[in-house]
Design a protein around this ligand. Structure first.
Ligand SMILES: *Cc1c(COP(=O)(O)O)cnc(C)c1O
Length: 426
């Protein structure tokens, strides 16, 4: 693996402030993204926002083409949104579903997506069916085949869940969906930017992704891929001036996925998305992915050596997300201790992926998610804090490049009261 880590870190100002292991939430942006966005905000303030948009038109439009390049689709098959949940719900709402129609999903669906489906079931009598999974957390293709009939009108499946390192072999699902002519909506929020994604290979009709997660783009960006022939049969539930063509007193929907577009957008964020994707493409997702996988595998191996830390991830193929619990500690307190030591992680509560979390009796877990720009030293620091916590020792923080003396002193001081925030002894 020849990834130039020093370069990746030099491009990422955030690594000088924090060991950022919350990439599944939002990654640290690289400098080109930050500069492009700040530059555009400044331009808007100086010459007016519409005028700035005219001047930056190419950069604003680049986002769409960049998503196309990333996913191996045409830019007309891409609609841009202000969040992936919105993209997902817009996709769902455009699929004609009637009472008695069946929708098949995995238990790993993202909370807000699952809730929209529940709502659809309640309001319109659509039948929502959660497919059973095996010990690896995977849906069996045989099981899926066995459930198909003419009332199945949608299959919705998450590539990588928000709360687990599991990677779904989506292409197997796509094959079944294609063979049977059933619309297939894939949620690639966690996988896009993390691992190579090819919508042709997956065989999905629609796929959503976020900008802020592994793509390292800005917050408030999401996108929808909708395959041309499929998209042209869809009627968006809501649309704006960019999604329709108005001619001589009548209107028709814009081609392919463009019909989902609304006119208004955060232009700085759109520009940032394009720059982030171009930045990812310049590294090559196929080159950064093996490093993410290896760092996460190293971390899981390290965790098995810390008594009291339990790794919850399943799956034969796993990615940069590592889900753990720490004996004697609730996830929120562990996260707080880590944050004091200059390490960012995140807590997934039950509502993050409600079906799976409930099925497994989990009401919270600590999510540690690595990116290619993370260093082994950062992972070692994380392990050392977790080890101290499980042993009831004060948390000691090594003074390194990443942490100022003050922060270290503060964290060390807090470590003297390591009992604070503990759920119970041990
Ligand atoms: C983050 C996430 C979403 C939602 O993305 P937003 O941009 O926050 O709406 C959907 N699905 C999965 C698996 C996610 O991780």
């Amino acid at each position: 693996m020849n990834l130039d880590l020093a370069q990746a870190r030099a491009d990422t100002p955030g690594v000088n402030h924090v060991a950022h292991l919350n990439n599944a939430g939002a990654s640290l942006a690289p400098k080109p993204v930050i500069d492009a966005m700040v530059g555009h905000l400044r331009l808007e303030s100086e010459i007016g926002s519409y005028e700035a948009a005219e001047r930056a038109q190419e950069a604003i439009e680049r986002g769409r083409a960049a998503v196309g390049a990333l996913l191996n689709c045409d830019s007309q098959e891409v609609a841009l949104f202000d969040s992936a949940s919105r993209a997902w719900t817009a996709a769902l709402a455009s699929v004609p579903l009637r009472a008695g129609d069946r929708v098949l999903i995995s238990p790993m669906e993202y909370g807000s997506c699952y809730l929209s489906l529940l709502h659809l079931a309640k309001r319109h009598g659509v039948r929502l069916e959660v497919l059973p999974v095996d010990a690896d957390g995977l849906v069996s293709v045989e099981e899926l085949r066995g459930r198909l009939d003419e009332r199945v009108k949608l299959i919705a499946m998450t590539h990588v869940p928000t709360h687990d390192g599991l990677v779904y072999p989506l292409a197997l699902i796509g094959q079944v969906a294609r063979q049977n002519g059933i619309p297939f909506l894939a949620d690639a929020c966690q996988s896009v930017g993390q691992m190579p994604i090819d919508v042709e290979e997956i065989g999905c009709d629609m796929l959503v992704g976020c900008g802020r997660k592994y793509l390292r783009g800005p917050r408030g960006t999401g996108f929808l891929f909708a395959r041309r022939e499929f998209a042209e049969q869809l009627t968006p539930a809501m649309f704006g001036l960019d999604g329709v063509e108005w001619t001589a007193g009548t209107y028709r929907f814009a081609p392919a996925a463009r019909r989902f577009d609304t006119w208004e957008a955060n232009c700085a964020a759109r520009i940032g998305l394009g720059v982030a994707i171009d930045y990812a493409l310049a590294w090559g997702v196929e080159h950064t992915w093996p490093r993410i996988r290896r760092l996460a595998a190293d971390l899981r191996a390290e965790f098995t050596r810390i008594p009291g830390v339990t790794v919850l991830d399943r799956g034969q193929e796993r990615c940069g997300t590592v889900a753990i619990t720490v004996r004697g500690w609730d996830a929120a307190s562990v996260r707080a201790e880590l944050q004091r030591a200059g390490i960012n992680t995140w807590v997934c509560l039950e509502n993050a992926a409600c079906v799976d979390m409930q099925m497994r009796g989990l009401n919270s877990l600590l999510r540690v998610s690595v990116h290619y720009y993370n260093s082994s030293e950062e992972l070692a620091r994380l392990c050392s804090v977790l080890e101290s916590l499980t042993l009831g020792r004060p948390v000691r923080v090594a003074v390194s490049d990443g942490i100022s003396m003050d922060q270290a002193a503060e964290a060390g001081q807090h470590g003297a009261h390591a009992g604070v925030g503990r759920q119970h002894g041990g």
